[in-house]
Design a protein around this ligand. Structure first.
Ligand code: PLP
Length: 360
């Protein structure tokens, strides 16, 4: 039996995609082989990767002067690749700190010898909000401004794209990648791990404006050098072939369900229903300032934490899995990414209502 999987990642994937992948697993496109077994240099896989890139460009609306890279190492690899590609040692890089993932990005940048300037830090709110637009200034000589559009752990999402002036804006979209329309031209670099909205773990999708490809340090390892990877069509070495194949299937699924406009509407509606249920009850609480509430990750606590274990056990038994909150936050967290159907959210709300009725 399939369950509704509320994991923050790796996360639930669209069932039609999994079914297609299963059907093709032993004989892909009549090759008599699985896609896992074909050469990445062969024409069939090269066409598969090109199709995934073309679909990504269509779905996200990527302009011609941006390159799309499929890289191993997840989003965490890019925490280091960003300073290596954009900032000489000792240069200043600006960061917005809105939570745990911002902090990890900042830590890696510091390890790469950049002078991290945290231009906004939401620590005072216990990371339950985003900075007001215009409340921070980015020095004109900063190599870039980095931010995390959606903090997966805190459930905090920017309701706007920060203004970085002429400084390239770099965004970790991991947990809100292609969850709604985006204006790629506002960004210098967009990146994120695939394992929430776009496929298997380990794959990072990096979108970089071409004029930024000339800024890499001379000693950056080739595998982390965006220009080298762009020149090799992301195939300097053997790429994560199965992940790229599955990404392509997911992008086609997004297109078949109406693209990002429709996806954004569905995601907004799902999140609104869950927040409305939480807000309507004194038993459940979400700590995030309403304007910065995530559409993807919705943490909530029970009025009596002694009931947490029962809540989780009952949810599991009802086929609602992985609702336990992150260890740093406690309580619950419902991650409702693109592939979570409306019915999954309805089932969760029904379960929460019934649990409160019988246990509060
Ligand atoms: N950034 C954000 C916002 C995340 O949620 C995650 C993972 O959950 C990461 C980065 C790290 O991604 P990866 O595990 O692919 O390195």
């Amino acid at each position: 039996m399939r369950v509704y999987n509320f994991s923050a990642g790796p996360a639930q994937l669209p069932l039609p995609v999994l079914e297609q992948a299963a059907a093709e697993l032993t004989d892909w496109q009549g090759s008599g082989m699985s896609v896992l077994e074909v050469s990445h240099r062969g024409k069939d896989f090269v066409a598969c990767a090109a199709d995934a890139e073309a679909a990504f460009r269509r779905v996200a609306g990527v302009p011609d002067n941006y390159r799309v890279l499929f890289l191993a190492g997840g989003a965490t690899g890019q925490f280091s690749a960003i300073p290596m590609n954009l900032a000489p040692r000792g240069a200043t890089a600006a960061y917005l700190n809105t939570g745990q993932w911002s902090k990890k990005a900042i830590k890696e940048a510091a390890r790469q010898g950049v002078n991290v300037l945290t231009v906004a830090d939401e620590a005072a709110s216990a990371y339950t909000t985003t900075p007001e637009p215009g409340s921070f200034a980015v020095p004109a000589d900063a190599a870039y401004l980095h931010y995390t559009p959606n903090e997966t752990i805190g459930g905090v999402e920017f309701p706007y794209v920060p203004d970085a002036g002429d400084v390239p804006l770099v965004a970790d979209f991991s947990s809100t990648y292609l969850s709604r329309p985006l204006d790629v031209e506002r960004f210098g670099v967009i990146y994120g791990g695939a394992q929430k909205n776009l496929g298997p773990a380990g794959l990072a999708i990096v979108v970089v404006r071409e004029d930024l490809l000339d800024r890499a340090r001379p000693d950056v390892p080739a595998i982390w050098d965006w220009k080298v990877m762009a020149g090799a069509d992301s195939m300097l070495n053997t790429p994560p072939t199965f992940s790229i194949y599955l990404l392509g299937l997911i992008l086609h699924w997004i297109e078949s369900t109406g693209g990002l406009e429709a996806m954004g509407e569905r995601n907004r509606a799902k999140a609104e229903r869950l927040y409305a249920a939480i807000d309507a009850s004194d038993f459940y609480t979400n700590p995030v300032e309403p304007r910065s509430r995530s559409w993807m990750n919705i943490p909530f606590t029970l009025a009596d934490p002694a009931l947490d274990a029962d809540f989780l056990a009952g949810a599991d038994a009802a086929g609602l899995t992985n609702l336990k909150g992150h260890r740093s936050v406690g309580g619950m967290r419902a991650s409702i990414y693109n592939a979570m159907p409306d019915d999954g959210v309805t089932a969760l709300i029904d379960y929460m209502t019934e649990f409160e009725r019988t246990r509060a």
